[in-house]
Structure formats: C-alpha cells, structure tokens
Design a protein around this ligand. Structure first.
Ligand code: MN
Length: 204
C-alpha cells in the first residue's frame, strides 16, 4: 500500500491549515524503527502509543498509559496510522478540531522487533501485528524493556471495538512503577508539562 493510502484516514480527519499537525510528506525511515508515546489532553485524557512500521506510525490510544509493572494489563485501542513526522508533534490542537487539546511527547526512542511464532522462530513484525501478537523491546528515555501487544477483541479497524492489551514482560530490571500522572509528566523533548505547553501556545 502506498503512503497516500495508508495516511488517508489520518488526513481525512484533519484540517492541516488549522491544527499545526504534520500532513506527512513521507519522511525517510531511520535505520532502527522508532516509537513515541504522547500524552493527549483531549475530550478524555489518554496516551497515544505509536510504533514505526515501514513508513507510518501504527497507533493505539491507551487510556491509562503504558506501565512498567508486568502485573498491569493496559487497554490499547487502535487508531489511524500517523505520519512519521508525528513523533515530534507537541502543541495544542485547537478546540473543535479532530482531537482538539494539548499534546506532549512523553517518551520516544527506538525499538527492537522481537515477534516470534509458537516455535520461537522470528516473524516479520508487520505481519505479527496483523496477526495480533507483537513483541518488542523499547529503548526510550523513560520506557525500557520488552513489551507484548496482543489483540484480544477484533472489530473493524477504527470502529472502537477492536481492542488490544499492552503488557510489560516479566524479567529484566525489577520495576513496579505504574503509569505516570499525566498532569505531572514532562515532555521528553522539551521538559514541559501539558499545562506549560498549553500556556506557551496561548502566549504565541
Ligand atoms: Mn490522541
């Protein structure tokens, strides 16, 4: 599928002359695939978890945010593919626009695809997502270690029915830290909180 098709849903929902979000020009893919977690103070507060797969960011909305505690199973609802440039989007989407509200880049970095089949053989990462079972190791400034992302309920993509769980794999460094408080969390890009990004935008 071409870049134009993959970003059709994303572009169809937005007026780029108003929102300040990237339209997506097909930026060159980096060597290692990237990930980003944004905090989005929209009509309901949520985290947006995005993994680069080829030339787009596959995206999930995670109401409670990712947890470093393997006991926490975090609901992740898929959303439309976003352009690679979205990794650096931080700012305020005007009220009344799609997803209106403040966005900060809470964490970003690279990830290592680790998906495998039942016999433990490595499988193509994009394919593993299509089959609803992906494993990867995050290397961010806040998130580290291996995570599983598993689809537990199917639905038509984007209908809000399809649902996944994001769970930290046990092992590695012992951590019991849950999700961050979105209001106190700081941007990995600018060090700012949601409130600071909002007031900076208001003062522009
Ligand atoms: Mn969002």
């Amino acid at each position: 599928m071409g870049d134009r098709d993959r970003l059709r849903d994303y572009r169809g929902k937005r007026y780029f002359d108003r929102t300040g979000e990237p339209r997506g020009s097909g930026a060159a893919a980096a060597d290692r695939p990237r990930f980003v977690v944004q905090i989005h103070d929209a009509s309901t507060m949520h985290f947006d978890f995005r993994l680069q797969v080829d030339d787009v960011l596959k995206s999930w909305s995670i109401p409670k945010g990712p947890s470093a505690d393997p006991e926490d199973k975090r609901l992740a609802v898929p959303t439309e593919d976003h352009p690679l440039e979205y990794e650096e989007f931080e700012g305020v989407i005007p009220r009344g626009e799609y997803g209106g509200g403040t966005v900060i880049v809470w964490d970003h970095g690279t990830y290592e695809p680790l998906s495998h089949d039942r016999e433990g053989r490595p499988v193509d990462f994009a394919e593993s997502l299509e089959h609803g079972h992906a494993t990867f190791r995050l290397r961010g400034s806040k998130l580290h270690g291996e995570y599983d992302l598993n689809r537990f309920r199917s639905g038509r993509h984007g209908d809000g029915e399809e649902a996944w769980l994001l769970v930290k794999r046990a092992g590695g460094r012992a951590r019991t830290r849950g999700a961050p408080d979105p209001w106190r969390a700081r941007s990995a890009m600018s060090g700012r909180t949601l409130a600071q990004v909002a007031s900076d935008a208001a003062g522009e």
